[in-house]
Design a protein around this ligand. Structure first.
Ligand code: HSE
Length: 328
């Protein structure tokens, strides 16, 4: 069975998804794409190589076709929504997702805005239409945290979660400590490598990690967590000197996100931690530790940002839906 997808967004994640779909023989065809300026629709499947080449020189397609046209008119089983995050109201991604659900399509997204704000509503709408909303790529990049929560750890009770949820900050802190780069130099590198958000203040002010914490909390505890209830401190004011002082004590600094629901704790903040602590690792790695009743303590670790790494999560969700549809 061939699964048909429409892809909205051609930033680092969208391009990674298209490249992996074209490179691997996964039974996925792309019948629509859109970036912020243009779109393309072909019910037989687009030539992904041609789309990626025209994106290199500007818009991906026809300027008279919008993302909304693709959502409304393309033939697809799954809408892959990978446009930039808007943490304020989740738009325009939220409206695209609702339109696609209304048409009876499944959703796969990396978009943290609508999922942190409207997960419950999207799941309700999807349930009414008998479709799925999958959002593995919103948290932890390539780490299969949502599959783990929904499948491997099903039936467990969760007491707490904590970890490193932003690859850009971890990369910046690593580069500042290892190479003595300034914060601005390290951030410029992270942007160049496609790790940072379209608006990198989301990363460095701790907002991106806080949004991911909200998504995890709502997925695990369904406790109405929201961004305004997270106590957030970013790394944007950290100096190379602060890192050097930590190094002198055999410690380093990491941006840690944590949720202890029984104590009402939802927090993101830079912490001085010993270098031999399990949450100290380099580059864009993320880690999520879960405290559970049956499985005990479980830590998942992996690449938390990057084009192909995030595509791994998106493609895992597409194929999950494909097998779900086949077995129903
Ligand atoms: N900007 C994000 C990060 C991308 O650095 O973690 C993955 O969500």
């Amino acid at each position: 069975m061939t699964i048909r997808v429409a892809v909205l967004g051609m930033g680092s994640v969208g391009k990674g998804v298209l490249e992996m779909i074209s490179r691997k023989d996964l039974g996925i065809i792309v019948t629509g794409v859109a970036d912020s300026k243009s779109g393309l629709i072909d019910p037989k499947g687009l030539d992904i190589g041609a789309v990626l080449s025209s994106k290199k020189t500007g818009a991906c397609g026809n300027p008279s076709i919008t993302a909304k046209d693709v959502v409304a008119c393309a033939d697809y089983d799954i809408l892959v929504e990978v446009t930039p995050t808007n943490a304020g109201n989740g738009e325009p991604a939220l409206s695209y997702m609702k339109m696609a659900i209304e048409r009876g399509s499944h959703i796969v997204t990396s978009n943290k805005g609508p999922i942190s704000l409207y997960l419950k509503e999207l799941n309700r709408l999807a349930g009414e239409k008998g479709v799925l909303v999958r959002y593995e790529a919103t948290v932890g990049g390539a780490i299969p945290i949502m599959h783990t929560l929904g499948n491997g750890l099903a039936g467990n009770e969760f007491q707490a979660l904590y970890g490193v949820l932003n690859g850009t900050c971890n990369y910046i802190l690593t580069r500042m400590a290892a190479e003595g780069l300034t914060y601005d130099q390290a951030l410029a590198e992270a942007r160049e490598l496609g790790y940072a958000e379209a608006d990198p203040t989301y990363d460095v002010k701790g907002i991106d990690a806080a949004i991911k914490l909200v998504i995890l909390a709502n997925t695990i505890w369904d406790n109405g967590a929201s961004l305004d209830r997270v106590d957030i401190t970013g790394i944007d004011l950290l100096t190379t000197d602060a890192l050097r002082l930590a190094e002198e004590k055999d410690c380093t600094i990491r941006l840690i996100a944590e949720a202890f629901p029984e104590r009402g704790v939802l927090r993101v903040s830079p912490r001085i931690i010993r270098k031999d602590h399990p949450l100290v690792f380099e580059g864009t790695l993320n880690a999520i530790t879960l405290e559970t009743d049956m499985a005990g303590e479980i830590t998942l670790i992996g690449k938390g940002a990057g084009s192909v790494e995030t595509a791994s999560a998106i493609i895992g969700d597409i194929l999950f839906i494909s097998s779900h549809v086949r077995s129903n």
